[in-house]
Design a protein around this ligand. Structure first.
Ligand SMILES: [Fe+2]
Ligand SMILES: [Fe+2]
Length: 310
């Protein structure tokens, strides 16, 4: 199975292309009206608030475990900070992979269409987001954990083996899980103001990306042959499982004196952590299921990632 070399003449029907351009045109007008520049819309010099949380405590991966009970209040805040920064650095890793996919789509398309113009606009958005997340991590004074080295290497294959609905559906999983968690804390006064401002900016601009990706998934799935549908379903589950499992890099636990392997084991067995992933994926899994993306051997991977309940 090979990726289509062009979207200009293969894959989408003429009517489908028209719909894609109509959606992209609407999103381009929205982007022209409201976009953010983290350089000017965030006060990077503002002092951090002492004692403020970086993520709600019940979303920290060890919340409610024996390890959590033994931690001091300061250690709990510290772990939350490292986990929030792990999520941000994994977020920018996946944004980089998304940008590669979008650039390939632009490369294959007629550059004058709204859809192609939108691809570049979304790349521009993600460039700013990735810079913003990197600056957030540096401001927090935390290591840019990112995904584990093996997964980081595997990511180089993302835009080679993922295209069309599978690519945009796994992008949706990453974007919507992040979005749901960010929305929960955007107006929470106990959260560090810098973190909240980063979240607000991301939420505003991601809404357009989600609209585009949902459209690509729905239209793309309708045009697949049976073997290609089976392939795309599996690739989507495979990629999404790696993304979700990478969110919390086990190295975060060392920041509070916990052995990374012990912390990882406790987190994966923690019903609160499983619920956090399930909560993040609730909306998007409903959409993907309805669209026909959740089926076949990939179902086991969806369950293993906690996005789907067993
Ligand atoms: Fe983003
Ligand atoms: Fe995005």
């Amino acid at each position: 199975m090979t990726a289509p070399t062009t979207t200009r003449t293969t894959g989408s029907s003429r009517a489908g292309q028209g719909d894609a351009n109509a959606t992209a045109g609407r999103l381009l007008r929205s982007a022209a009206k409201k976009s953010y520049d983290p350089d000017v819309d965030i006060d990077w010099e503002a002092p951090l608030v002492d004692g403020a949380l970086w993520m709600p405590e019940h979303r920290v991966s060890l919340y409610g475990t024996g390890l959590w009970d033994r931690m001091t209040p300061e250690q709990r805040i510290e772990l939350g900070k490292h986990e929030a920064c792990s999520v941000a650095s994994v977020g920018l890793w996946f944004e980089t992979l998304l940008m590669q996919r979008l650039l390939k789509d632009f490369y294959a398309d007629d550059p004058t269409t709204e859809r192609a113009q939108w691809a570049l606009t979304e790349v521009a958005d993600e460039c700013r987001h990735s810079q913003m997340f990197a600056r957030l991590v540096r401001r927090a004074g935390v290591e840019p954990y990112g995904a584990a080295p093996f997964v980081h290497q595997l990511g180089k294959l993302f835009s080679v083996v993922n295209w069309g609905p599978a690519a945009y559906a796994s992008i949706l999983v990453a974007e919507e899980v992040l979005d749901r968690l960010q929305r929960e804390q955007a107006n929470d006064d106990s959260i560090q103001p810098l973190m909240r401002q980063v979240n607000r900016i991301h939420i505003m601009e991601e809404a357009r990306h989600v609209a585009f990706a949902r459209d690509e998934v729905t239209r793309g799935l309708a045009e697949l042959s049976r073997p290609e549908l089976a392939y795309q379903r599996f690739m989507c589950a495979f990629t999404s499982a790696f993304v979700v499992r990478s969110l919390i890099n086990p190295k975060v636990y060392a920041a509070v004196g916990i052995d990374p392997r012990e912390g990882r084991r406790a987190a994966l067995a923690n019903p609160h952590h499983r619920e956090m992933i399930h909560f993040g994926g609730e909306k998007i899994m409903g959409f993907l299921d309805e669209a026909g993306m959740i089926a076949g051997p990939g179902r086991a991977l969806w369950e293993k990632s906690f996005l789907l309940e067993t």
